[in-house]
Each structure stands twice: as structure tokens, then as C-alpha cells.
Design a protein around this ligand. Structure first.
Ligand code: NAD
Length: 223
């Protein structure tokens, strides 16, 4: 990770913490709790309260001494910074194992993301979890009516570059790339790589650093 990397004026690390703040504060707000302290949020999310106050200051929310932060203001400010207070239409390309699992994930609605359609070389049933799956050759013709600026890419790694190139040429502005392939696209297209191996690498390295994993020789089953 590049230290000091900022997105829209916010440090990347602050942006990465915002969904967790939002999840907890939304729950509190729904439960009728009007204010919350940085100490309580720090306790729940295992963060230093100073860090919590600093993050909230960066999104323009200042708490009141001995009272705390208004949950309604926090929800509004965080949703606004993440653009989750409006619906972003998306398409998904590659409705295989991972693609179908994502099509069935209802939680995207909490993040303002609506997958309006999927595309696949082989659309099989034509619908997954109530979302239409169209043949890939219809991508360019259908995209304007779908109003999607974002695409979730879950094709096989070998097919990723060509599918991404078509998405960019058809006007898609942001690609959430699950394929592990490195995409070569015009700089105007924003690519966010989602590599589950990264999280696993950190977990494995942490376990290993604590001497808690003794690697089994390849081909042998540990007893
Ligand atoms: N399954 C997982 O847990 C997992 C986890 C992390 C990353 N990934 C990555 O996600 C991607 C999908 O994995 P999967 O397990 O779902 O594979 P999969 O083979 O089940 O699905 C891939 C789908 O993409 C479609 N496809 C292939 N080429 C296409 C093209 N040019 N245009 C449109 N559709 C096309 C295929 O017909 C298939 O339905 C892979 O790149 C994989 O590396 C998968």
C-alpha cells in the first residue's frame, strides 16, 4: 500500500474505516440512539478513540464534549462521502460461481449498489436471484437502457482483459475487478481490484509470524 494515498481529500485508511463506522452507527440510529461517543465506537470497533475523532473531523463532523456525535449526522456524512446515499446502477459480467453468489447478495442495497443485469458468454437460465442474465453479445446494445456506470467483473482471468476493454469502450467508468488479472485500460476508467488472496496472505503471514502455523510438506496430510 502506498502511504499517504488520498481519495477525494481523505486518507485511504479513513475511507476503509468508514463502512465499519456506518454499519455500527446505522444500527444505533435505527435503535433510536441519538448520540454516541468516540470511546464507545472505539471499543466496538477496536480503534483508538483519537483515531475515531480524527476520521470524523475529516468528514466534517465534530462531536460535542461530554455528549458525543449525533448518529443521524454521522450516517448522513458517511453515506455522502461514500456516495451511498443514492443508488449506483451496476452490471455484472461473468455469471459463474462467484458472479452468481454476488448476484444473490442482498447487502449491496445498504451500500447504494443495485446490480441491474448480468452478462455471460453462456447465460444458461437467463436469470439468477431475480436478476436477468443476458448473452455477452448484447452488452453494448443493452448498456444505455440500464444506466450503469459501474461493472463487477467476475469472468475467468483469461477473459478479463478483453471483457474489460469492451466495458470501457461501451462507457463503463468504474470496474470492480475480482478476476486477479491486471487490466490495461484508459486512465479515465477506475479499476478497483478485489483480490481475496491479499487478505489470506495477511492472515497467513500473521499466523506464521507468531509461529502458529507449521507448514506441512507438500503432498503430505498433516496428522
Ligand atoms: N469462486 C471464487 O471463490 C473466486 C474467488 C476469488 C476470485 N475469483 C475469480 O473470479 C472469477 C470467476 O470465478 P468463478 O469461480 O466464478 O469462475 P466460473 O468459471 O464459475 O465463472 C466464470 C464465468 O464467466 C463467464 N465468461 C467467461 N468468459 C466470458 C466473457 N468473455 N464474457 C462474459 N462472460 C464470460 C463463463 O461463462 C462463466 O459463467 C475468476 O477470475 C476467478 O479467478 C473467484
Amino acid at each position: 500500500m502506498v502511504f499517504g494515498y488520498r481519495i477525494g481529500g481523505l486518507p485511504l485508511t479513513t475511507v476503509q474505516r468508514l463502512p465499519n463506522y456506518l454499519r455500527v452507527v446505522r444500527e444505533m440510529h435505527r435503535a433510536g440512539r441519538e448520540v454516541v461517543s468516540s470511546a464507545r465506537l472505539g471499543e466496538l470497533l477496536r480503534l483508538d478513540p483519537v483515531q475515531v475523532r480524527k476520521d470524523f473531523g475529516l468528514i466534517g463532523i465534530v462531536g460535542r464534549p461530554k455528549i458525543g456525535f449525533r448518529t443521524s449526522e454521522l450516517v448522513e456524512a458517511i453515506e455522502g462521502h461514500l456516495n451511498w446515499n443514492r443508488v449506483s446502477a451496476a452490471i455484472l459480467v461473468g455469471a459463474g460461481h462467484l458472479g452468481q453468489a454476488l448476484l444473490g447478495y442482498r447487502g449491496f442495497a445498504n451500500h447504494g449498489l443495485e446490480i441491474r443485469a448480468a452478462f455471460d458468454l453462456d447465460p444458461r437460465s437467463g436469470e439468477v436471484h431475480g436478476i436477468p442474465v443476458h448473452p455477452m453479445h448484447e452488452l453494448e446494445a443493452r448498456l444505455p437502457e440500464l444506466g450503469a456506470r459501474m461493472a463487477i467483473l467476475t469472468v475467468s482471468p483469461e477473459a478479463a482483459q478483453e471483457a474489460a476493454r469492451r466495458l470501457a469502450a461501451a462507457g463503463i467508468e468504474g470496474i470492480w475487478n475480482f478476476t486477479g488479472a491486471t487490466l490495461d485500460l484508459p486512465p479515465a476508467v477506475i479499476v478497483q481490484n478485489q483480490d481475496i488472496a491479499v487478505g489470506l496472505a495477511v492472515l497467513s503471514a500473521r499466523l506464521s509470524a507468531q509461529g502458529r502455523v507449521v507448514p506441512a510438506p507438500i503432498g503430505e496430510v498433516p496428522v
